[in-house]
Design a protein. Sequence first.
Length: 93
Amino acid sequence: MKLDELWVLVRKIPKGKVTTYGMLARRLGTSPRAIGQALKKNDKLITIPCHRVVKSNGELGGYVKGAKEKKRLLESEEVDTNNLLVFIQDINI
């Protein structure tokens, strides 16, 4: 998996929506765990909004600045973090 390909996909996640590590993994032919590890390398948190990637079971998942900050960012985009499954969207390429 090339990081540039992942960054392109993550940039396509609309404000107010989330996608899952698994959906990204399927698009890129890798594992959800590999996606999570790659997202840790994101040094452009504003332009590459990796806070919009969550676990497929509706849990927040990790974030380099911590779960509290991930939750705050999502809620600032009007995402109900108590009901993430409603906001999950596959990314159209």
